[in-house]
Ligand binder design. Structure first.
Ligand code: RP5
Length: 166
């Protein structure tokens, strides 16, 4: 079976980030969005990270998701080399529990935006949902699936009331 071309690139600074970034992959699988994953570091493999970002658009990638911990510069470095939207996920891998990664990811200088999500798995999940929302602007089928996802989520929350009714 031929593999569909990836529309989303999920990058992470280390294999130690994989357990968090799997949450993003899971959402993209749920929505049937083809993606690829790679370990590339802004500090340990700077040339390869920059090249990945520079070539991503011409390979058909539409959105990049980047997760990193500590002084998390991966999302920013990728954003500096592409016009694709870059979504950053701060990872809580350091003794500062991700606050360092959050500030490193979100505090981009004017001109180079990174859409920064929450710290950790919840942020990784939201990064993928945000990527799906970006793709859904030009894809009615995906937009319909997002609508159904939100309706299911609301129904799930409301159903919990049955359990707490006196
Ligand atoms: C960051 O440093 C990575 O994103 C990771 O969260 C953190 C630690 O990496 P390892 O020392 O576990 O490889 O660049």
């Amino acid at each position: 079976m031929e593999r569909k071309k990836a529309l989303v690139g999920i990058l992470m600074g280390s294999d130690s980030d994989l357990s968090v970034m799997e949450a993003a992959a899971e959402v993209l699988r749920e929505f049937g969005v083809p993606f690829e994953m790679a370990i590339l570091s802004a500090h340990r493999t700077p040339e390869q990270a920059a090249r990945y970002a520079a070539e991503a658009a011409e390979r058909g990638i539409k959105v990049l998701i980047a997760g990193a911990g500590w002084a998390a510069h991966l999302a920013g470095v990728l954003a500096s080399k592409t016009t694709l939207p870059v979504i950053g996920v701060p990872i809580d891998s350091s003794p500062l529990n991700g606050m360092d990664a959050l500030l490193s990811t979100v505090q981009m200088p004017p001109g180079i935006p990174v859409a920064t999500m929450a710290i950790g798995k919840g942020g990784a999940r939201n990064a993928a949902l945000f990527a799906v929302q970006i793709l859904a602007v030009a894809d009615e089928n995906l937009a319909a699936r997002l609508k159904a996802y939100k309706a299911d989520m609301a129904a799930g929350v409301l159903k919990k009331n049955e359990k707490i009714d006196p």
